[in-house]
Design a protein around this ligand. Structure first.
Ligand SMILES: C[C@H](O)CC(=O)C(=O)O
Length: 320
C-alpha cells in the first residue's frame, strides 16, 4: 500500500462535476460535500471556478462557476481543516475579483492553461502568490504536447513561484506507463516543484494512473465523489480514500454523500462509463464530440460515431 501521509487529496466534484450539469448544485449539496469531505479527512475541496461572468458568454450557470466571496461565506459558515480551492482559466478571470488571501475563504488558486499559454499562466500564478495564495499550474491536454514544448515550458516554470505543477489528462487517454514516463520527466526537470495529477476516466484508468503517480511521489491527487466530472469523469474520491487509508481518512462520510445525493444525480445527468466517452479516450480526442453525440437522438449509435471519428475525411491533421 502507498504511504498516505505525504499525499493530499483534492476533491474537484463541484468544479469538474459542474461541467456535467452546468453547476446546478444546491447549496445543501455543496455544504454536505464540504462537511463530508472534511469528516473523511480530504485535504482540499475545489468549490468551483473563479472565472469572471463578464468575460464569458455565460448561459445559465450556478454560482459555483463564478464564485463570489460574499456568497461563499454564506455557504461555508464553518471552515474546517479542509482547505478550499478554485480554478481559473487564462483570459476568463478578472484579477480584480480576487481578494487577498487573508480576506478570502480560498486557500489555493489553480490556474489551468494549455502548454502554449504557460507564460500567461505563470503571470497569473505570480499575482496570486503575491496575494498570499497557494498556487498550482494545471497543464491541460498533456497527451497532445510535444517534447520540445514541454522542455521550453519547464524552463519558465522553474523560474516561477508556482507551488504545484499538475499533469492533466484532459482526454482520459493516458495509461500507467505514460504516468510513469511523465512523472519521471517532471521530477527530473522540475526538482523543486510539488507535482499533482488530474486524470479523466475514459479508459477506466484514472484510478490506476493516480495511484501509479502516488507511488512515484506525486503529492496532489485529484478526485471527485462518485467520479462526477466532465464526460467519463475522474478518479473517484471513495476509491482513493479506501486505497490510501491510514488514520487520516474515512470513507464513510463520502458514502453518505453518494447515498443522499448522487444516485439521483447520476440518473439525471450523464457522466462515467459511456461508450462515446470510451471511444474519444481511445482515440485521444477532446470529449466534446462525444458529449454532443450523447445529447443527440443518435446517442446510442456507437458504430456510426466511431466510423465518423475514424474515417479518413474526419481524422484531424496532427502537428509534426
Ligand atoms: C485544469 C483542470 O484540471 C482542467 C480539467 O479538468 C481538464 O481535464 O483539463
Amino acid at each position: 500500500m502507498v504511504k498516505h501521509h505525504q499525499h493530499k487529496i483534492l476533491d474537484c466534484t463541484i468544479r469538474d462535476g459542474g461541467l456535467v450539469n452546468d453547476w446546478d448544485f444546491s447549496v445543501e449539496f455543496v455544504q454536505d460535500m464540504y462537511r463530508g469531505l472534511s469528516a473523511a479527512g480530504v485535504e482540499y475541496m475545489e468549490i468551483g471556478y473563479k472565472n469572471s461572468e463578464k468575460l464569458l458568454k455565460g448561459g445559465a450557470s450556478g454560482p459555483w462557476r463564478f464564485l463570489n466571496e460574499a456568497f461563499l461565506r454564506d455557504v461555508i459558515t464553518k471552515k474546517t481543516d479542509t482547505k478550499l480551492s478554485a480554478l481559473v482559466d487564462i483570459g476568463r478571470v478578472d484579477e480584480r475579483d480576487i481578494l487577498p488571501r487573508e480576506d478570502s475563504l480560498l486557500d489555493l488558486i489553480r490556474v489551468a492553461c494549455y502548454i502554449k499559454d504557460v507564460d500567461k499562466g505563470l503571470e497569473l500564478v505570480q499575482k496570486f502568490n503575491d496575494m498570499g495564495y497557494e498556487t498550482s499550474l494545471n497543464i491541460m491536454a498533456l497527451s497532445h504536447v510535444m517534447e520540445n514544448e514541454l522542455v521550453e515550458a519547464f524552463e519558465e516554470i522553474n523560474k516561477s513561484s508556482v507551488d504545484v505543477v499538475y499533469i492533466v489528462d484532459s482526454y482520459g487517454s493516458m495509461a500507467p506507463k505514460d504516468i510513469d514516463y511523465l512523472v519521471t520527466k517532471f521530477q527530473r526537470l522540475l526538482p523543486e516543484k510539488e507535482l499533482g495529477l488530474h486524470m479523466h476516466n475514459n479508459m477506466q484508468l484514472a484510478f490506476a494512473n493516480t495511484i501509479t503517480g502516488a507511488s512515484r511521489g506525486v503529492t496532489f491527487l485529484d478526485s471527485s465523489v462518485y467520479g462526477m466530472g466532465r464526460a467519463a469523469g475522474n478518479c473517484t474520491t471513495e476509491l482513493l480514500l479506501s486505497y490510501l487509508k491510514g488514520a487520516r481518512y474515512d470513507i464513510r462520510p463520502v458514502l453518505e454523500i453518494i447515498e443522499k445525493h448522487m444516485i439521483t444525480m447520476r440518473e439525471k445527468w450523464d457522466w462515467g462509463y459511456l461508450i462515446p466517452y470510451m471511444i474519444v479516450g481511445a482515440l485521444d480526442e477532446h470529449p466534446r464530440t462525444a458529449m454532443a453525440q450523447l445529447s443527440s437522438a443518435e446517442r446510442n449509435n456507437f458504430v456510426d460515431f466511431y466510423d465518423r471519428l475514424t474515417s479518413v475525411e474526419t481524422v484531424p491533421v496532427t502537428k509534426g
